[in-house]
Design a protein around this ligand. Structure first.
Ligand SMILES: [Ca+2]
Ligand SMILES: [Ca+2]
Length: 508
């Protein structure tokens, strides 16, 4: 149409001072509709990729070069809810598990159904950005339990390609809900999950760039989550590799640990001896395709002219224990479960590293900031934009971490990591009770059996990470240890109690 309309233009503060103006002027223009210059956001989410033990950047050299080296690496990034569904719920909403209601993968405090029933789908990154005029899309893993309602497409997503069965974890034979149509993938090399998600990513980015609309893309392969194998082209160069033997690998003395771990340590240690290194080899092989996917995404952004106006986030939903403390899997309050890789590149971010504590809950508010959106009061995380600009004054020095056990069912633990729907042997089944923990820059303080047992039957752990970074000696297992650290425990417990019920600003 080209009709004249009023465009409100804000001047930079310096220009405003020079002109003696308020900073904003109204001008009448007959120009065509202005191009929307708001930045794009691409989140690439790995599954169960730990950063405590796995040399992530060495295993993913393209990702290191294209995101980490062009942006900010967070060396102290954590998943406060270190299991898939709870972690993804926190990424999507910016809220802790006690506020999303999702503390594990299934049951009354976990899974997709709980996420939806609690109303979380009305206020995600996707709904906020879609509502602000972004084109939004995803491919891969949404939330554990989506298989119970495979036709469901949550609000806020313009382009939806979610896995709707647990075959997704095997890399083949899975079905995606592709914007309402179920598409079954087979066992041919081109059906390999990460490559399919790469193709979906490149298609979305190409189309969105052509449309001239700012976009948000969420690429969520299950790599390197057990049991996804390397892509066929990577099988030959995936050599058997032993997982790094950290000082806490197969921790010889676990008598300081909570009773559930002591009671199950020996059979699990035997399993770890057999399975851990083949699992690690598989994971390294699966990361090769994920690394190529990242490269494909960055190349597509470059080719379409969008790279300089796109924020790229690479991270994982949670960490993973490669035999630390005689544990596989995640869900534990220990470093291996909670530490995740995090690198962010994009407009205005100077290359560097930051030791600021960054949490899964920070991603949503950071993205809102980039898109120029207000951060809703209910969000528990903090925008990382000051840290990305090099400002860390007043940044957090602690956070609460949480995991939900079976609660009212009254058992000490429940199997959370089976792979139903596949014929994969359940060799990694793990029983773990619930806990809540306070992680400060110096201590880890954990309360076990948070949901299963009355107060007087709970168990506690305290580690001084300055002297014991591998969490080998729980300082409060014995009465003498508890007496020696009584004041410290009182202070940590008070802070933990406050954070386990925090909401919005009181969490930040
Ligand atoms: Ca995971
Ligand atoms: Ca020990």
């Amino acid at each position: 149409m080209g009709s004249a309309r009023s465009v409100r233009t804000c001047l930079s503060a310096m220009v405003a001072v020079l002109l003696g103006a308020t900073g904003c002027v109204s001008v009448v223009s007959a120009a065509p509709e202005p191009v929307d210059l708001r930045p794009n956001v691409v989140v690439i989410l790995a599954d169960d990729l730990d950063s405590a033990t796995t040399p992530v950047w060495q295993a993913m050299p393209r990702t290191a070069a294209l995101i980490r080296d062009r942006g900010m690496e967070f060396t102290d990034a954590f998943a406060p809810m270190p299991i898939c569904c709870a972690a993804r719920a926190s990424i999507l909403t910016g809220e802790y598990g006690h506020n999303t209601g999702v503390l594990t993968n299934a049951g009354e405090v976990g899974g997709f159904e709980t996420f939806r029933a609690r109303g979380n789908e009305s206020h995600t990154i996707a709904t906020a950005l879609h509502g602000a005029g972004y084109r939004t899309g995803m491919a891969g893993k949404y939330l554990n339990g989506l298989e119970d309602d495979p036709g469901h497409i949550p609000p806020g997503w313009d382009d939806w390609h979610a896995g709707v069965d647990n075959f997704l974890y095997s890399g083949y034979n899975y079905t995606l809900n592709e914007n309402g149509t179920f598409v079954k993938y087979g066992v041919a090399p081109e059906d390999y999950e990460t490559d399919v998600i790469r193709a979906k990513s490149e298609r979305f980015l190409t189309d969105a760039a052509a449309a001239g609309q700012p976009f948000f893309w969420y690429a969520a392969s299950t790599a390197p989550h057990f049991p996804i194998p390397p892509a066929p082209r990577h099988l030959a160069d995936t050599r058997p590799t032993a997982a790094p033997r950290s000082p806490n690998y197969q921790e010889p003395d676990v008598s300081d640990k909570p009773s559930w771990l002591i009671d199950t340590a020996n059979p699990r240690a035997a399993t770890i001896t057999v399975t851990n290194d083949p699992d690690y080899t598989n994971r390294l092989g699966a990361l090769k395709s994920l690394d190529e996917m990242v490269a494909g995404i960055v190349e597509t952004l470059d080719r379409t002219g969008e790279l300089d106006n796109t924020y790229l986030v690479f991270t994982s939903d949670n960490g993973y224990s490669l035999g630390a403390h005689r544990l596989t899997q995640k869900m534990a309050p220990y470093e291996e479960s909670m530490r995740v890789p995090l690198a962010i590149a994009g407009p205005g971010i100077r290359p560097g590293r930051s030791g600021a504590m960054a949490l899964s809950t920070d991603l949503a508010p950071t993205i809102f900031d980039w898109a120029g959106l207000p951060i809703p009061e209910r969000v528990d995380g903090r925008s990382l934009t000051p840290v990305l600009a090099g400002e860390t004054a007043g940044w957090r020095g602690d956070f609460v971490a949480e995991y939900g056990g079976p609660g009212s069912e009254g058992r000490d633990g429940i199997a959370q990591e089976q792979i139903p729907g596949t014929d994969t042997p359940l060799i990694y089944t793990l029983d773990m009770p619930s806990w809540s923990a306070l992680r400060t820059d110096r201590y880890l303080y954990a309360r076990w059996y948070e949901r299963e047992r009355p107060l007087d039957q709970r168990e506690y752990e305290l580690y001084d990470l300055r002297t014991d970074p591998y969490q080998l000696t729980n300082l409060i297992k014995t009465p003498e240890g508890r007496a020696a650290h009584a004041d410290l425990v009182t202070a940590l417990d008070r802070r933990l109690a406050a954070l386990t019920t925090c909401a919005g600003v009181t969490c930040r």
